[in-house]
Ligand binder design. Sequence first.
Ligand SMILES: [Zn+2]
Length: 267
Amino acid sequence: MNLVKYLLAFAAAAAVVGCRSVPITDRTQLMLTTSEYENGLGVEAYSEYKAQYKASTNAEYNQALARCGKAIADVADAEDFQWEFIVLEDETQNAFCLPGGKVAVYSGLIDLMNNEAELAFVVAHEIAHAVARHGGERISWGYLQSLGGVLVATGLQNDAADTIYGLGTDLAVMLPFSRSNESEADLIGLILMAKAGYDPHASVQFWTRFSSDASASLLGNLMSTHPCDADRIAAMNENMPLAEAEYQKARDKKGYGITFTHKSAKK
Ligand SMILES: [Zn+2]
């Protein structure tokens, strides 16, 4: 079967099976990949990160991540995830959750946090991207774009095939998320951290501390993939009553959890 026929058949099949409903927000999303495929990419990328960075030996950081990670995983409703959590020793200020539940936080980001609930917020936000399968959604749109490219330029069939083949890893785990993905992850993350027993107000406190231009540069890496502005903080405040209601129902309330003893956190 030539490539165009293959893609047409693929598109026809996709039209039948290619949608999914996002947990918590119930948004209908395009979904032309399988979670098995995405989770496989996650496992691959995770082992690359673990080979590239040392695991942190900071007992406080490791215990806080293990504790809030497990609490959030327990309420994330993702049976097909094989959860793993690691603090990577590096001054990078960033964190991520790969498809399938592989969560990494750089020690440089925790250096800027006041307490465990702020860590829970960041971790819950990253887990929200994975639970909402934002990576799979991007791969799916990439497939459709490639299909469009093939149909208008049949001379470029091989290039298009290469593009489709090469799309997976970058789209699933590497590229920054869109604004709408960010808003959705903020809402889902807020709900998850509250269900896990962390005071959801820590989320806004964390972002507000870095919302001025001067302090935003401290969060350089996180900001490049998760831009934060007044709109974002306003949206989180709007969603706060939903999160508060979940927090009230949480059985094991931890409040703000432990306060980190490092000296570099901004008050
Ligand atoms: Zn995000």
